[in-house]
Design a protein around this ligand. Structure first.
Ligand code: TXA
Ligand code: MG
Length: 349
């Protein structure tokens, strides 16, 4: 398949181009586009055939449901069976933005979107290119992250091109994304809110609006407690080619331990990548160091995490030693993704 790559400046949108991209989606095509979280791979969310093409292009298991993206609150009504007051409060506060809500679906939503579930995931992205694209498509846009299933989610167009060129109709290059991690997925049941996947909107922020919020037990690395409620959370994820090991503890001891491990591994002929932070990057004497962000600002680490994992692959390292960070604020989502990338391989020092 020929893939068209189109550049669109989010600050000076070429509406004619986006109109064409919107029509392509409406007519059953696959279009990758930037959102504020990660790049998405979009198709007409009301067209079961188009939605099935997404699974094929990504190599995604068909029991993992998709998020429908909308550009205005009015579009919500025909897609869901009802909107609890708690959900209204969350939408008022966080939409458009990186929050996905799980609600009871209407009969209009094809089974291909929800993988047979009675609920549907809905999100209104804040990225101006995503917003306009959905508007021009005139339909809800089903979109998972625009990566080959199992790979780190794409945070820049080059990642999408690497994974999906030749497999989709169009890739829209809108520059680097802002958040860098997928949206927070939250289910609203009987007025209670349960976070199924942590993301850019933190539990603390949600608590401020609705008073109380629970975390799905599968989130905190507790893989033995059962089946996660977001089907996607059970799959191997974010896996670079290299083995990832997380080292947790007080920063000074973490640095010392990683440097020692890197030296030892290099002595055995291994190529070692070190995922460090701005505070620690200069302290290492071994390994290929990438400083992903500021330890005190987990959102900066979120923004650089997936690109760093892909860069280590490009460098051809055998092992990635990653500093753990505090699971507070966006740090919870960062560690959730990192733990999956590491298949829960953690060393505490
Ligand atoms: O930020 C994002 O959410 C990005 C951008 C493109 O919007 N999209 C994204 O989609 O991350 P995806 O398909 O990679 O992840 C969707 C997650 C999966 O874990 C899936 O299992 C869960 O949402 N999900 C979708 N529908 C669900 C439902 N009805 N009930 C529970 N979980 C659901
Ligand atoms: Mg994904």
């Amino acid at each position: 398949m020929d893939t068209r790559v189109v550049c669109i400046d989010p600050y000076n949108i070429d509406h004619q181009q986006l109109q064409k991209a919107g029509a392509l989606i409406r007519d059953g095509g696959l279009v990758a586009f930037p959102t504020e979280t990660v790049y998405g791979l979009g198709a007409n969310g009301l067209d079961a055939y188009a939605v099935k093409r997404i699974y094929g292009a990504k190599g995604r298991p068909s029991d993992n449901p998709l998020i429908l993206h909308i550009s205005s609150a009015e579009e919500l009504d025909r897609l869901v069976a009802g909107v609890p007051q708690t959900a209204v409060k969350l939408m008022d506060r966080f939409w458009p933005g990186p929050l996905t809500l799980i609600l009871k679906k209407s009969s209009l939503v094809p089974e291909a979107v929800t993988a047979g579930l009675e609920t549907v995931a809905i999100r209104m992205p804040s990225h101006p290119v995503a917003m306009s694209l959905i508007k021009y498509a005139g339909v809800p846009v089903a979109a998972p992250s625009a990566n080959i299933s199992g790979k780190p989610s794409p945070t820049r167009a080059a990642h999408v091109i690497r994974d999906l060129l030749g497999r989709v109709d169009m890739i829209i290059d809108g520059g680097d994304v802002a958040v860098g991690l997928e949206s927070t997925v939250a289910e609203v049941i009987d007025g209670g809110v349960v976070i199924l996947r942590p993301g850019g909107i933190t539990p603390e922020q949600i608590r401020e609006v609705v008073g109380d919020v629970a975390l799905d037990p599968a989130i905190e690395g507790d893989i033995l407690t059962g089946i996660p409620k977001a089907p996607g959370m059970k799959y191997a994820h974010y896996s670079p080619e290299a083995d990832v090991i997380i080292i947790e503890g007080p920063p000074q001891r973490v640095v010392a331990a990683i440097d020692r491990m890197a030296k030892e591994l290099e002595g055995r002929g291994k190529r070692v990548g070190i995922m460090a932070t701005e505070q620690t990057g200069a302290l290492y004497r071994h390994g290929r160091v990438i400083s992903v962000g500021d330890r005190e600002e987990p959102s900066t680490i979120a923004a650089g995490l997936f690109a760093a994992l892909r860069e280590f692959d490009a460098l051809g390292v055998d092992v990635i030693l990653a500093e753990g960070i505090e699971q507070k604020g966006v740090g919870l989502a960062v560690m959730n993704r990192l733990l999956k990338a590491a298949a829960y391989h953690v060393i505490k020092v």
